[in-house]
Design a protein around this ligand. Structure first.
Ligand SMILES: *Cc1c(COP(=O)(O)O)cnc(C)c1O
Length: 361
């Protein structure tokens, strides 16, 4: 069977991008975010590549994601960013030697229900202003008391998350970092502040640990820039193929709603990819894709299984030609912008129907 849509994941690009993280934050250890199936790139192969490249730790959202990695014999430290939400998750986390991010007192109580001999590695997450997860900053003394009661708990460190790191002009980031550092002055444990945008744009966020996600996959976390501007290589190439090439008269409608009309006699191609594969229906007309190295604009509405393309720039385009949606030379950030979203959401939105291939393992 010939796949309609193929995502080719270049593990060498992921290793290269890890190298860029290390160049940017040479004194920090790296906890690589591989949550959400490694941002849609495939958690196990990506985690394995990162582990082989010597990543210091991995981060996932929840225990299922961590368990999947342990089942695949990934041995690197794994932090669960949202922590545990039930006693059985706490036991499993202890058994699998996972590092638990604890963001609230109810999670402390869950962990206290474990046998007192149970040894768990903990990160405490503080809310330095984002107001999503985390203890209030004034909880630090209480948390230190908790640790005194539980000598078997190993404190890995203190974490916070930045709300506006991708806006280099926004004063909130410096305020968050300063508040976090101030409340931890003299407190034992390592510090972790920066996601991709934080570690690129904010030198003072490059503390003991950085937590890059998006940049490992080669996309830029900063608006107005693409990965290549930051020395990153796209880890994924998403391709479909032409399954029809037709010629229509001026004025002929194309696709659902007859929403596009051919401005002249022209050839229109149909590629076998649609929103059921994760290509957003909100993509605007004119979104550039690439056939035979040339840019072709999307015309008409994205349908479930197909998109239609203006082939005037590629007179030799033929059925069977690969159609590049994103990859080298066509940044996912650009397609994301044409859909009114971010590369994060495009990557995570790829569906089961997309065939994955891995190169340069
Ligand atoms: C997802 C996540 C990251 C990684 O963020 P990127 O923007 O992809 O670099 C870092 N820290 C936390 C807490 C996260 O949830």
């Amino acid at each position: 069977m010939i796949p309609r849509v193929t995502a080719t994941v270049d593990l060498a690009a992921i290793r290269h991008n890890l190298g860029q993280v290390r160049r940017c934050a040479p004194r920090s250890r790296v906890m690589a975010a591989v949550k959400a199936d490694a941002y849609g790139h495939g958690a196990v192969p990506v985690a394995r590549a990162l582990e082989d490249a010597g990543v210091d730790a991995l981060a996932v959202a929840c225990i299922e994601e961590a368990a999947q990695l342990r089942e695949a014999h990934i041995r690197a430290p794994i932090a669960i960013l949202e922590g545990v939400i039930a006693g059985e998750e706490a036991s499993l986390a202890a058994y699998e030697r996972l590092e638990i991010v604890v963001h609230d007192f109810w999670q402390v109580e869950l962990l206290e229900s474990l046998p007192s001999a149970a040894s768990v590695g903990l990160w405490f997450k503080l809310d330095s202003g984002m107001h999503r997860l985390g203890f209030p900053l004034d909880a630090v003394p209480l948390l230190l008391d908790v640790l005194k009661r539980r000598p078997n708990w190993r404190l890995r460190g203190w974490m916070t998350h930045l709300a506006c790191a991708d806006e280099p002009e926004n004063p909130m980031t410096a305020q968050q970092i300063a508040a976090f550092e101030r409340v931890l002055d003299g407190v034992p444990g390592e510090r972790s502040i920066a996601n991709s945008a934080g570690l690129i744009a904010w030198p003072q966020a490059r503390t003991n640990w950085v937590r890059p996600g998006l940049m490992l996959y080669g996309a830029s976390p900063l608006p107005g820039k693409v990965g290549a501007d930051l020395g990153l290589q796209p880890a994924m190439r998403l391709e479909s193929r032409l399954i029809a090439v037709r010629e229509y008269e001026a004025g002929a409608p194309v696709g659902y709603g007859a929403a596009y009309r051919c401005p002249e006699r022209m050839r229109v191609g149909v590629a076998a990819v649609g929103y059921a594969d994760g290509v957003h229906r909100s993509l605007r007309f004119g979104t550039p894709l690439v056939i035979r190295g040339r840019r072709v604009p999307l015309v008409g509405r994205v349908s479930m299984d197909m998109i239609t393309l203006d082939l005037r720039a590629v007179p030799d385009a033929a059925v069977g030609d690969p159609v590049l949606l994103w990859g080298e030379g066509l940044p996912a950030e650009q397609l994301a912008e044409c859909a009114g979203t971010l590369a994060y959401e495009l990557f995570c939105g790829l569906t089961q129907r997309v065939r994955f291939r891995y190169v340069n393992a």
